[in-house]
Write a protein that binds this ligand. Structure first.
Ligand SMILES: NC(=O)C1=CN([C@@H]2O[C@H](COP(=O)(O)OP(=O)(O)OC[C@H]3O[C@@H](n4cnc5c(N)ncnc54)[C@H](OP(=O)(O)O)[C@@H]3O)[C@@H](O)[C@H]2O)C=CC1
Ligand SMILES: CC(=O)N[C@@H](CCC(=O)OP(=O)(O)O)C(=O)O
Length: 342
């Protein structure tokens, strides 16, 4: 059995990790931290976990994390880069759900996250954990940087086009909408029911911190750096991301066949038949990304529709998928459940 610890067990990605890990046949939950709830039974805070998770929350400094085989950080940006290095030095494998180890350039990290990087030596060793684009590197990794939710939906939707050389790499567009759980469980005015319900708005148009992450990931697939306009929106869903992606063709090709071939062996990427419109509810609570490819009026703009559950394929599910790869387990272990509908 793999002994797993979770730092940040009271947040949305933390409780989603607990849901997935508690049902994983090869995992034993060994430690779950909270700074404010140490001593509280996890199932008292989250009755959804009653009779399945019997642990109490521990203070991060008291939790037996160095006795774990793997520790997940489900903490705000800037926490894991301070707390993970001693665990890594002790041989523990770490999967960070935050952004601390995603951007390879420390200057870029400081610019977008407003603080200097505290562990550049581990940054160099970290592997970006988007299995469909980077599987082989994850196999041997000790430290995996789990991608952001928007970057997962956008990169999976644009990767086949960028790899193909059929599209203009300088004018990609990602128009993405997220449910409110994407902002986390912490109290914030913009997440209040009266602010977010019955409302729809763009934010971060001048520059969102997921832009450099998407650019870095897609540029690795291309002969030169890609340029992208990325506009996130907040939509009154609890879970879900819907990304509408635009690319201009510079050469002819069968785009539907390109996507079907690219993802034919991927258990968690579903390319829908021509003309389909994927819905966020078709992936709710599952680790699946559903894609549909369109070419309106047969013109030279390709439109890709990409949906994921931000808490699963966009965070906790992808983290478990990465753990499975790191530990040589079947990739679908503990993740092969169907979405919840309606
Ligand atoms: N929500 C989403 O859809 C996605 C989130 N992410 C990323 O995952 C991470 C977690 O997100 P989310 O679960 O939404 O966030 P939440 O705000 O819901 O939870 C954050 C958790 O971190 C703990 N925490 C906060 N500060 C510290 C600290 N200094 N030391 C130890 N623990 C700390 C909190 O617990 P306590 O205060 O009890 O200690 C809480 O459990 C973030 O980096 C986020 O950007 C990534 C992809 C998608
Ligand atoms: C709706 C909403 O607020 N979403 C978050 C993205 C959450 C996420 O994935 O952020 P990290 O890169 O920090 O992991 C945002 O736009 O800030």
């Amino acid at each position: 059995m793999i002994k797993a610890g979770v730092v940040g067990g009271t947040g949305y990605t933390g409780v989603e990790l607990l849901r997935l890990l508690a049902q994983h046949p090869q995992v034993e939950l060994a430690a779950i931290t909270s700074r404010g709830e140490a001593g509280t039974l996890v199932s008292d805070m989250f009755p959804s976990l009653r009779r399945r998770v019997t642990l109490r929350f521990s203070e991060p400094s008291d939790a037996p994390l160095d006795g774990c085989d793997v520790v997940f950080f489900a903490t705000p940006n800037g926490v894991a880069m301070h707390q993970a290095p001693p665990l890594l030095a002790a041989g523990v494998r770490v999967i960070d759900l935050a952004a601390d180890f995603r951007l390879k350039d420390t200057g870029e990290w400081a610019k977008w996250y407003g603080q200097p990087h505290a562990a550049p030596e581990w940054l160099a060793k970290a592997v970006y954990g988007l299995p469909e684009l980077n599987r082989l590197a994850i196999v041997g990794a000790q430290l995996v940087a789990n991608p952001g939710c928007y970057p997962t939906a956008v990169q999976l939707g644009l990767a086949p086009l960028v790899e193909s050389g059929l599209v203009d790499l300088e004018h990609l567009i990602a128009d993405a909408k997220s449910g409110v759980s994407g902002a986390g469980r912490k109290a914030e005015t913009s997440s209040l029911f009266s602010e977010a319900a019955d409302n729809f708005k763009a934010y971060g148009v001048a520059g969102h911190r997921h832009l450099p992450e998407i650019r870095q990931g897609l540029s690795r697939l291309a002969p030169r750096p890609v340029e992208l306009t990325f506009v996130p929106h907040l939509t009154p869903l609890i879970r879900g991301i819907h990304a509408t992606l635009y690319a201009r063709l510079v050469a002819e090709g069968d785009i539907q066949a390109l996507f079907e071939k690219r993802y034919a062996d991927e258990p968690f990427v579903d390319v829908l038949p021509p003309g389909a419109h994927p819905e966020t509810r078709s992936v709710r609570a599952s680790n699946v990304c559903r894609l549909a490819v369109h070419r309106p009026q047969g013109a030279d703009t390709v439109v890709v529709l990409s949906v994921i559950d931000n808490l699963v394929k966009g965070a906790a599910g992808q983290a478990v998928q990465n753990m499975n790869i790191m530990f040589g387990l079947p990739e679908t272990e503990g993740l092969w459940h169907l979405p919840v509908l309606p």
